[in-house]
Design a protein around this ligand. Structure first.
Ligand code: SF4
Length: 501
């Protein structure tokens, strides 16, 4: 029997090789922290949307080992439909090995309407129509009369007032007609998919637009494993389509890029390619770096925020996906080299913004020089705090006004090291400058190693008790502390680079 699901169908439509690799080379599947965070978010939104139409019955059934009991779910679904239940969630269907679970099935006279829940804020995504067309196909094959097909997405204009209003949080878009126009493709697609999936031979599909659309493919590293490293796909600030166009012309290695010339139309990219090939040390524009350093006046306040962006707003006055600062680290560097550290970590059980804003203005004196890495982010969060708390506005805006950006010397090309690999994030810059310093290695941290993990961990804090909670909080604090300590070290390296002339 050929088994397929709606997610495999969507994968197949992006690239037939994706479901094949998931089946035959699962170890090559790379899910980054951001994608994992999106999955978790999607589950939370899906659970909440079940209550959108009032009382409902949920079909989800688990086996003792925690896996889904699909047989039981199908039996329950059939039973609830026979009983004429109004709202059935996670309703499960199978036709000749084609499986699907419908997020919400709602009775509409003698038919059932399909509601597919997405944690996105927009219904305009090509995959959503594929997903719902597949569901409609399977349901009709199972003998269910389908009425409307709708997408349920998050309305980010909704402002939380303390009581969650699901009707306002979610936006329903009727896509029945659009789905109808895709329905005729499903059968042919499934026949093609069956052929691919039954073969033990990897589909001979090369790199294309599909690798980056609608999602970055989790098998990209696998499919580009035989390319030279670095390759045209590692060029800094060069869109995927442009990289692909060069690749298709046979411009693959950095040697090819240098020869061809069209991919190095910016000074930084030229530097990236030339320094990588020559294996020379970093390019340093001492004059420009010295000018930049003159704009920083001691004492320096190195600041970094961690934020959360919950799809379902939890603090009064916030919207879905509002950026909420919940934590900061502050290293204070005096001209004589003295370094102090201050930090703040809120509690997810209460809105942390007021306490954070108060602590920030108490920790950062008026008029001092604040240094951030990619300062637009920190400045933006401080301005939002100023809007939320008018009585603190002047002080907060005063801080925002004095934020300088430590990313500038790198983004503007004053300092480039080929070991940065075409990325100027602090996590690329730091190991390039300090390659053998374990105290600066994010991998050596416990529990939290990047912003996505920090966001997930903060929101999960209420699940931890006692020592486990204290440990989770410590992990968050140490992660954020390393972000600002890294800035202190990068600043020191810039000073050294100027003095070594
Ligand atoms: S990386 Fe590209 S070719 Fe490889 S499986 Fe993904 S989409 Fe297909």
């Amino acid at each position: 029997m050929f088994y397929f699901s709606k997610s495999k169908y969507c994968d197949f439509k992006q690239c037939p090789k994706i479901p094949w690799l998931k089946k035959y080379r699962p170890e090559e599947y790379v899910v980054d922290a951001a994608t994992q965070a999106r999955f978790t978010e999607g589950n939370e939104v899906g659970d909440l949307a079940m209550g959108l139409f009032g009382d409902f019955i949920e079909v989800t059934s688990l086996r003792a080992d925690g896996s889904l009991d699909l047989g039981k779910m199908k039996r329950l679904t059939a039973q609830y439909i026979a009983e004429g239940r109004e709202v059935i969630c996670e309703a499960a269907f199978e036709h000749n090995g084609l499986y699907c679970a419908v997020d919400i099935l709602k009775k509409n006279d003698d038919k059932y309407d399909i509601f597919e829940v997405k944690s996105s804020t927009s219904p305009d995504h090509p995959v959503y129509l594929l997903d719902t067309a597949y569901q409609r196909y399977v349901l009709e094959k199972c003998g269910v009369k389908v009425g409307k097909v709708c997408l349920v997405t998050v309305d980010n204009s909704y402002v939380f007032d303390g009581t969650l209003d699901l009707k306002k949080l979610f936006r329903i878009t009727d896509v029945t007609e659009l789905v109808g126009s895709r329905l005729s493709d499903v059968e042919g697609d499934l026949a093609a998919a069956e052929k691919v999936m039954r073969s033990f031979n990897e589909p001979p599909i090369g790199i294309s637009e599909a690798c980056n659309s609608p999602y970055m493919c989790p098998f990209f590293d696998y499919c580009t494993r035989n390319l030279p490293s670095p390759s045209v796909f590692d060029l800094y600030d060069f869109g995927y389509k442009k990289k692909l166009a060069l690749y298709r012309r046979g411009v693959v290695s950095f040697e090819d890029v240098l020869r061809d010339g069209s991919g190095i139309d910016s000074e930084i990219r030229r530097r990236q390619v030339e320094l990588t090939l020559s294996k020379e040390g970093p390019y340093i524009d001492r004059e420009e770096i010295a000018e930049f350093l003159k704009t920083l006046t001691y004492p320096l306040y190195f600041l970094d925020f961690e934020t959360v962006q919950p799809a379902v707003p939890r603090y009064i006055g916030t919207r879905p996906y509002s950026q909420i600062p919940v934590q900061y680290s502050l290293h204070i560097l005096e001209e004589n080299g003295t370094l102090r550290h201050l930090e703040f970590l809120g509690r997810p059980e209460e809105d942390p913004r007021r306490r954070l804003a108060e602590r920030l203005i108490s920790d950062i004196p008026e008029g001092v020089c604040v240094v951030a890495y990619n300062s637009a982010f920190e400045r933006g969060r401080i301005r939002e705090l100023a809007e939320a708390f008018p009585d603190l506005k002047d002080r907060l805006l005063g801080i925002a006004e004095h934020v300088k950006d430590l990313l500038d010397p790198f983004r503007k090309g004053y300092y480039y090291d080929s070991k940065m690999g075409g990325s100027f994030s602090i996590k690329s810059v730091l190991p390039a400058i300090y390659p053998n310093d374990p105290s600066l290695d994010y991998h050596s941290l416990e529990g939290v190693h990047n912003g996505e993990e920090a966001m997930t961990m903060f929101l999960r804090l209420p699940q931890f008790q006692g020592d486990a909670r204290a440990k989770a909080e410590q992990d968050l604090l140490r992660y954020c502390e390393l972000d600002t300590f890294a800035m202190v070290k990068v600043h020191a390296a810039l000073i050294r680079s100027v003095r070594s002339s």
